[in-house]
Design a protein around this ligand. Structure first.
Ligand code: EPU
Length: 416
């Protein structure tokens, strides 16, 4: 198993290009199932979860090739299954459920199990599909869904679920009649998916607001080429890296309008931003100031940035209160940060971080994707050597993070 070895204490400087958004790439790749033919997707990041989604499509009879573009051919899909061995490595595999039922009238998708950050049920995805007329049963750990043709309906989400909104929006594109999703997720990745679906011929209005209306059509066709949005969480992670290391990093290719909440909180912490024609320049202060955050659905502060923000706050001036409201168990990084000398207490969904002078390098263990990113940040600011174990979590969602960091002057190395 690979580990990351980091020698902390260097201010990171230079330029970095932000990759395509993982959480856009996954639903957009799944959406290709809806339209038989060749899809050409641009800026798909080369990371583990994307390869898992590729494998899912290949096992169904499609082909996926990576050159400059990601080329997916869904003409010959003839198996409608997502097996346990793939779903257990990536919960987002559930995104193939809506497209499969919508196009083929049947799907067998392994029910995702629990996860390090919370129970993460998919009841809202299933309830929505049932409301659209699908017959759903659970057999030996698999979701079996059938429908001759889905029918448009009104769906209200108790919680604005991101992949739930995406799954049902995809399913509704080929349903008979109009579907209205209320209390829909408003994340930029939902909008990106809607934009691709619209280019394929779907009739969708309201993506990016809490009410999405989809008028079903008889079929969809692949569009010429589509470029997905840059990753706002990777962008935020590099902002935290510049902030924590007192660095000066130019982020190229990011979309500032997707990271308002992150930028505002980072500014409060003392980070300076300059928008230039080449990108967003981020300059870390000599000493960070403590800032409170509360994670919220978009446009609130993203839960996917909570762990990285906390790593920054471990060495800030003062006490920061961090509330996690999306996932019930997303503080797994706290125990690891404490091993590096952070002063953090957790009560329920609230972590109180009292800034210390410096962290000290230590062997630590990554528990999930964003927790791993927070440990990388901690390692970069710690005195001495940090070894992060189980970095396969990091490779699931960041494209070549260690290479990008080396480019910025970090002393970081992959070891076996
Ligand atoms: N929920 C339910 N029932 C459902 C669906 C969701 O109770 O049927 C609950 C969840 O348990 C959670 C809340 O609703 O408490 C919100 O979860 P959501 O469904 O929005 O999360 P998701 O769609 O499974 C996506 C991202 C996550 C990100 C969350 C929240 C993808 C592929 N994944 O997950 O990304 O944390 O939205 O923004 O888009 C990551 O990239 O590290 C990551 C975990």
């Amino acid at each position: 198993m690979e580990k990351l070895l980091i020698f902390g204490g260097t201010s990171l400087r230079g330029e970095v290009t932000i990759s395509g958004a993982k959480n856009s790439a996954l639903p957009i790749m799944a959406s290709t199932i809806l339209a038989p033919g060749i899809h050409n997707l641009k800026r798909i990041p080369r990371l583990k979860d994307v390869f898992t989604m590729s494998e899912l499509i290949r096992r169904m009879g499609g082909t996926v090739e990576f050159n400059e573009l990601c080329k997916i051919d869904t003409s010959n899909i003839n198996k409608f299954e997502a097996s346990y061995d793939l779903v257990k490595t990536m919960r987002a595999s559930i995104l193939v459920l809506g497209p499969l039922v919508a196009r083929f009238g049947k799907a067998k998708v392994s029910l995702p199990g629990g996860c390090a950050i919370g129970a993460r049920p998919v009841n809202l995805h299933l309830k929505g599909l049932e409301k659209m007329g699908a017959k759903i049963s659970l057999q030996e750990g698999y979701i079996i869904a059938r429908a001759s043709r889905l029918v448009g309906t009104k769906i209200y989400f108790d919680i604005p679920t991101v992949t739930g909104t995406e799954n049902l929006m995809m399913a509704a594109t080929l349903a008979k009649g109009t579907t209205i999703i209320e209390n829909a997720a408003k994340e930029p990745e939902v909008v990106d998916l809607a934009n691709y679906l619209i280019l394929m011929g779907a009739k969708i209005e309201g993506a990016g607001t809490s009410v999405i209306q989809i008028e079903g059509v008889d079929n969809l066709t692949p569009c010429q080429e589509y470029e997905i949005i840059p990753d706002r969480i990777e962008t935020g992670t590099f902002i935290a890296i510049a902030g924590a290391t007192g660095g000066d990093i130019l982020l190229k290719g990011c979309k500032v309008e997707h990271i308002d909440a992150i930028v505002l909180k980072m500014k409060d912490a003392g980070i300076v931003f300059k928008e230039t024609k080449d990108g967003l320049r981020v300059i870390g202060p000599k000493k960070l100031q403590a800032v409170d955050i509360k994670t919220m659905p978009y446009p609130g502060f993203p839960t996917d940035m909570q762990a990285q923000f906390m790593a920054m706050m471990t060495v800030a001036n003062g006490t920061s209160v961090i509330k996690e409201t999306i996932f019930e168990n997303r503080f797994m990084h706290v125990a690891e940060l404490r091993r590096m000398g952070a002063d953090i207490t957790v009560e329920g969904n609230t972590a109180t971080v009292r800034g210390v002078k410096r962290l000290k390098g230590a062997p630590v263990m990554a528990t999930d994707l964003r927790a791993s990113a927070s440990l990388v940040i901690a390692g970069l600011i710690a005195e001495g050597e940090t070894v992060i174990d189980r970095i396969y979590h990091l490779d699931r969602g960041y494209e070549e993070l260690d290479k990008k960091l080396i480019q910025l002057g970090a002393k970081i190395r992959r070891i076996k």
